[in-house]
Ligand binder design. Structure first.
Ligand code: RIB
Ligand code: CA
Length: 324
C-alpha cells in the first residue's frame, strides 16, 4: 500500500538505466501512484516492458504501469540505444514481464489521478510528450498539479547535441508546452547530474549488498558505466533521473535558483536547448525606461545549480539496501 504521508507523484519515464534508479529511489521515499511510459531511450514498447520488469524484480507490482505516446509531437523520433543498449536496459538478465498493463493511456491516467490525488506532483524523467499531451487534453490540469520535478535541460552544455539535453531534444515542442503551463518546475539539468557518477567504487558498494535487486542494479550500472567510458571517457554513468527524485525528497541535495527558461524551437544548432536566464535582472519596463524589482519576476522554473553528491549517494544506497 502507498504511504499517504509522502508526496504523491506520477513518474513519467523512458527506462533507461537511470530511470530504474529513479523508480527504486522514489518507491521508498515518495507515494508513487503510477509509472507512465513514453518513447525516449528506446521505443515505447521497450520502455514499457522495462518499466514492468523493474517493478517486478523490485517487488513493486502494486504500482500501475500505464502506456503513453510513442512519438514526439512534431519532430522526427530519436532514441538513445547507444547509451542504454538495444533493449534500453542492457546489462542484467531480467525475467520477461508478467504484470498486466494499467488501463487506458498515460494522458488519461495523469488527468484522472489529478482529480483523485490532492497535491499530486509529476516526475517527468523522459521526453515531455505525455505531459504536453495531457496539458493540451485538459487545460485545467495545471490547477491540480503541485509541481513538476523534471530531469531535463542544462544550464550549460547538452549531451544529445552541444546545446541540447536528450529529454528536451527528443521533443522540444512538448517541452515548450510544459515550461509555459504555469506549473511550478524544478529543472534538474545536466550541469548538476553530470556531477553524480556511478563510479566503479560506487558500483562495488552496490554489488557488496548481495541481494537480487542490488545485483541487477550493479549489472545495469556496469553496462551503463562502460558506455559512458567508451563514449566520453568518464568513470561511470550519470545518475540523471534519480536526482529529480532526490530534489523532492531532501532539499539539501540539490540547490535551485529561480530563472526564466525558454525552449529553443528554431535554432539550427540550438534546437531543444533550455535557454536559462541566469542574469537575475529586475524586470525592465521599456515604457517607463526603468528597472523595477523584484529580480527574476519572469522566472518560470527553479533551475538546479549545485548538488551534494555524497548526500545523494548516502540516500540512494540506504534505500537500495532495503530491496530484496
Ligand atoms: O539526458 C539524460 C536523460 O536522457 C535521462 O532521463 C536518461 O534516462 C535519458 O532519458
Ligand atoms: Ca530517462
Amino acid at each position: 500500500m502507498s504511504d499517504r504521508t509522502k508526496p504523491a507523484v506520477i513518474i513519467d519515464c523512458d527506462p533507461g538505466h537511470d530511470d530504474v534508479m529513479a523508480i527504486l529511489l522514489a518507491a521508498r521515499t515518495l507515494d508513487v501512484r503510477g509509472l507512465t511510459t513514453v518513447f525516449g531511450n528506446v521505443d515505447l514498447e521497450q520502455t514499457t516492458r522495462n518499466a514492468r520488469q523493474t517493478l517486478e524484480f523490485a517487488q513493486l507490482t502494486s504500482i500501475p504501469v500505464v502506456k503513453g505516446l510513442a512519438h514526439p509531437l512534431v519532430r522526427d523520433i530519436r532514441h538513445g540505444a547507444h547509451v542504454h543498449g538495444e533493449s534500453g536496459l542492457d546489462g542484467p538478465t531480467l525475467a520477461p514481464p508478467t504484470m498486466p498493463l494499467g488501463d487506458g493511456l498515460a494522458t488519461e491516467f495523469i488527468i484522472q489521478q489529478s482529480h483523485i490525488v490532492e497535491n499530486l506532483s509529476l516526475l517527468p524523467i523522459g521526453p515531455l510528450t505525455n505531459v504536453a499531451a495531457a496539458l493540451r487534453l485538459d487545460p485545467t490540469l495545471p490547477s491540480r498539479i503541485k509541481e513538476m520535478s523534471i530531469m531535463g535541460g542544462s544550464l550549460t552544455s547538452g549531451n544529445a547535441t552541444p546545446t541540447a539535453e536528450f529529454n528536451i531534444w527528443c521533443d522540444p515542442e512538448a517541452a515548450h508546452v510544459a515550461f509555459t503551463a504555469g506549473i511550478p518546475i524544478k529543472m534538474v539539468g545536466l550541469n548538476v547530474t553530470r556531477q553524480v557518477m556511478a563510479t566503479p567504487e560506487r558500483r562495488a558498494q552496490i554489488r557488496a549488498m548481495n541481494s537480487v535487486a542490488s545485483r541487477h542494479v550493479a549489472d545495469m550500472l556496469d553496462f551503463y558505466g562502460e558506455r559512458y567510458r567508451a563514449i566520453s571517457g568518464l568513470p561511470g554513468g550519470a545518475m540523471h533521473d534519480p536526482l529529480a527524485v532526490a530534489a523532492l525528497v531532501d532539499p539539501d541535495i540539490v540547490r535551485f535558483e529561480p530563472m526564466h527558461v525558454a525552449i529553443e524551437l528554431h535554432g539550427a544548432h540550438t534546437y531543444g536547448m533550455t535557454v536559462c536566464d541566469h542574469r537575475h535582472l529586475p524586470a525592465h519596463d521599456p515604457a517607463a525606461g526603468r528597472l523595477t524589482p523584484p529580480r527574476d519576476a519572469n522566472a518560470n522554473a527553479e533551475v538546479a545549480v549545485a548538488v551534494d553528491s555524497d548526500r545523494f549517494w548516502q540516500l540512494f544506497l540506504d534505500v537500495l539496501a532495503t530491496y530484496p
